[in-house]
Design a binder for this molecule. Structure first.
Ligand code: NAD
Length: 539
């Protein structure tokens, strides 16, 4: 027997992919070879990899006529089998010493950092249209960090024990949940896909994982990595296909013990509702963790530096085409500075390059799919037809080759205009100009405008204004940024999540999240039990 040294608390360094670097040529080569071949992605159920007869094509959002592969569409039977597989391996996985579970996921992290780095990045570039920087910070760095930091958090959780006094020993056994965990993940982060199934598994649970149809390409790489790292078959079962059917079968199973969701608010509320309706079916009260939508704000104080504000808006609003839950999408500018900031934004945005992620000069690429393209275009058209708002930048779109939408700025005099309230999930940022003297009222407005409370930023060089905003906006954002963009949370540094309609705020990348996947058992052992019932006061 031995002890286990947990990983260091260090974030994975971001590679910069400059011209001539080894990492750049590796990822370019891998991209081209994956782009020019075809892959058929099976269901991963226990020991089996099942290619179904019904499949769906995978096309890069930036080149929609190209087919890079297919993924399998499951039938209800497959989902039942996948749940059975979770339950079959449950006992042996639960009994696997925690150091061994940790070692498997640590190996997975090292495989991503080394031999699989260019593959998981290229898959994310092709399947989700991330440029290399966005792929690197997600699929490589954030995923590695999730895996490594979660091992640290797991050991901290196990370490938290009740006191042992005199002849009595007390111990908390952090049991995994009794049934299976259902992980449902979004398209926009490869790392979220990997983390939402890996974190419950690390804590000893077995998992049914349903990735998004639009992340399946990199999800397959994740399953290959887990397999090579030695994860026993059946601990994570990956199924793809009709989300409603898969979810119905999973939520109607009496062994459902947890749901680990990231995605839209609408879908999460539907899941919660179904779980509520099925509550008498379950053996457990299922743990429900959901990180959902956002309508993330930036407010600039009159004292703010114009360059800091414009950079935060451009990076925060348009990186990955505005498809981050944390993307800045409603902006509050003071009247005294608004002309200067808007001018700067217009100058900079017109130089933004957009196109395929394999052209490394591109800051932006395509949005994820047809439905999303149409939804975003609809917001743009409505703004073009509304005389109360003005499109001051962009507003162009073209889906002849891929789903391209230019970075768009809308100016509104109505703080409650639709695009100030609703999550668009695209490169559309709306600006509202406030009177300088209305700082406090504008903070109130921010708090009350939208149902979401995910991220937000205050940019100011006046400390008093920052302190005041922090108090006024206490519940307006789960991740609050001062003099920075509201996106780009790093594991171990900025645990991520929001409240209100933005989710259960269980902070992915922190101990709080892992605590949801255990059900502690207290074990008291009396070394010298009493042998008669009367107490001393009775004599
Ligand atoms: P989505 O809600 O469309 O899909 C998320 C997952 O749910 C996918 O696997 C999808 O197939 C599945 N799904 C869709 N409809 C379903 C249904 N009717 N029943 C069961 N499952 C269903 O979200 P998306 O477009 O993939 O991702 C974007 C959304 O995710 C945005 O709202 C964004 O804000 C949110 N998001 C939030 C966070 C966060 O940490 N708060 C992080 C990333 C993304």
């Amino acid at each position: 027997m031995s002890t286990f040294n947990i990983p260091q608390r260090v974030n994975e360094p971001i590679k910069n992919y400059i011209k001539g670097s080894i990492e750049r040529s590796e990822v370019e080569e891998t991209y081209h070879s994956m782009f020019n071949s075809k892959i058929d992605i099976p269901l991963f159920i226990g020991n089996d990899k099942i290619l179904t007869s019904k499949r769906q094509n995978i096309s890069p959002p930036h080149e929609i006529k190209k087919i890079v592969g297919t993924f399998s569409l499951s039938e209800p039977d497959h989902i039942e089998k996948a749940i059975e597989s979770c339950l079959n391996v449950k006992e042996s996985w639960t009994n696997t010493p925690w150091e061994e579970r940790a070692a498997i996921f640590l190996k997975a992290a090292e495989l991503i950092a080394g031999p699989y780095r260019s593959k998981i990045n290229a898959a994310t570039m092709i399947g989700q249209s991330k440029n290399i920087f966005q792929a690197e910070i997600d699929a490589a760095c954030e995923f590695i960090d999730f895996l490594k930091f979660n091992i640290i958090y797991m050991s901290e959780i196990y370490d938290e024990q009740p006191i042992t006094v005199g002849k009595v020993s007390n111990k908390l056994e952090y049991r995994p949940l009794e049934g299976f965990v259902y992980a449902i993940t979004p398209f926009n982060f490869t790392a979220i896909g990997g983390n939402l199934c890996a974190s419950p598994a690390l804590m000893g649970n077995t998992v049914l994982w349903k990735p998004s149809d639009h992340q399946v390409y990199s999800a397959k790489v994740i399953m290959d990595i887990f397999e090579e790292a030695g994860l026993p078959k059946g601990v994570i079962n990956m199924v793809t296909g009709d989300p409603e059917m898969i979810t119905k079968v999973a939520l109607e199973n009496s062994n459902l013990s947890g749901v680990h969701f990231t995605g839209s608010t609408f879908v999460f509320k539907k899941l919660w509702e179904s779980i509520g309706k099925n509550i008498n079916l379950y053996k457990d009260y299922p743990r429900i963790v959901g990180e959902t939508g956002g309508k993330d704000f930036i407010i600039s104080h009159p004292s703010a530096d114009t360059d800091i504000v414009s950079t935060a808006i451009i990076r925060g609003g348009f990186e990955f085409q505005g498809q981050k839950c944390s993307a800045a999408s409603r902006i509050y500018l003071p009247k005294s500075k608004s002309d200067e900031i808007i001018k700067k934004l217009q100058e900079q945005i017109k130089d933004i390059k957009m196109g395929s992620p394999i052209d490394f000069e591109n800051f932006m690429t395509a949005v994820i799919h047809k439905k999303s393209f149409e939804k975003i275009v609809n917001y743009i058209k409505n703004a073009q037809n509304d005389k109360n708002v003005e499109i001051i930048c962009g507003g162009n779109y073209d889906n002849s080759k891929g789903y391209f939408i230019s970075p768009t700025l809308i100016l509104t005099s109505d703080p409650n205009y639709t695009t100030m309230k609703e999550e668009i999930f695209g490169p559309v940022v709306t600006i509202y100009i406030y009177e300088d003297k209305m700082w406090k009222e504008t903070l109130d407005l921010i708090d009350k405008t939208s149902q979401y409370a995910l991220t937000g930023a205050v940019i100011s060089s006046n400390q008093e204004s920052i302190d005041f905003a922090l108090k006024k906006l206490r519940y307006s954002a789960g991740n609050f940024y001062i003099n920075d963009k509201p996106s780009g949370a790093v594991v171990g540094q900025q645990p991520f999540g929001g409240s209100r309609a933005s989710g259960t705020n269980d902070k992915a990348g922190s101990k709080l999240n892992l605590l949801r996947w255990v059900s502690p058992r207290l074990i008291k052992e009396n070394f010298n039990p009493p042998k008669d019932y009367p107490y001393p006061h009775m004599n």
